[in-house]
Design a protein around this ligand. Structure first.
Ligand code: PRP
Length: 216
């Protein structure tokens, strides 16, 4: 079987609504943040399908016993927010994954070269190979930052096919790079936009997600 990168754009009215709010240049920072938290929540909800490990069990209701499904606490679940902007998606994701371990990764792009530099890495030396990883970052532009994050994760034992990316706006250059390097990867995004301009901004996009989130 040949693996292929899969990109899901869930056709959900809440995702469309909060994307429209986030895209609008007139949206103030406080509302932009709320929109991103909601997008993190609903995209994580979608990403959790067939990703969150479950176990079959039996429960006793007040009337009878019945087969039931529980989240499997034996399989590690990790969320990796890419700082800064990935933190705001983490907020919504964490409400759905309260038991997940959070490993922060700080990456910043050089404004001229668009190359990412890592300034904070809280990843463990080795992951359990069964670990389910959810990476949060609102923008996949040139793909340099996500490629760097994936390299850090896979060299620590993470299986790309057990990894999900939650982003808000994905652009073709990033999808092409990720598809070539990690064909088993699955991405959940609110939209796929047309292009990346010379300054590295996704067009039409939503501007600089980090600056708009933090009002800087
Ligand atoms: C932005 C964004 C992604 C990255 C995407 O972060 O949040 O991490 O750029 O671009 P790429 O696909 O071309 O690598 P930025 O470096 O501006 O840092 P910030 O989150 O602190 O604003």
């Amino acid at each position: 079987m040949t693996l292929q990168l899969r990109v899901y754009v869930p056709p959900h009215p809440l995702i469309k609504h909060w994307l429209a709010v986030a895209r609008d240049a007139a949206t103030p920072s406080v509302l932009f943040r709320s929109a991103m938290v909601e997008l993190g929540r609903w995209l994580t909800y979608e990403a959790a399908r067939e990703w969150l490990p479950t176990q079959e069990t039996t429960v006793e209701t007040p009337l009878d016993s019945t087969p039931a499904t529980l989240i499997d606490p034996q399989v590690p679940v990790a969320v990796v927010p890419i700082l800064r902007a990935g933190l705001v998606l983490l907020e919504g994701a964490q409400t759905l994954l309260p038991l997940a371990s959070i490993y922060h990764l700080g990456l910043v792009r050089d404004e001229e070269t668009l190359q990412p530099t890592c300034y904070l890495n809280k990843l463990p030396e080795k992951f359990d190979p069964q670990t389910r990883v959810l990476i949060t970052d609102p923008m996949l532009a040139t793909g340099g930052s996500m490629m760097a994050a994936m390299a850090e994760l896979t060299q620590r034992g993470i299986d790309p096919s057990l990894t999900r990316i939650v982003c808000v706006v994905a652009a073709p250059p990033a999808l092409q790079k990720l598809s070539a390097a990690y064909p088993g990867l699955i991405i959940y995004t609110a939209t796929i936009d047309e292009t990346v301009n010379d300054q590295g901004f996704i067009v039409p996009g939503l501007g600089d997600a980090g600056d708009r989130t933090y009002g800087t």
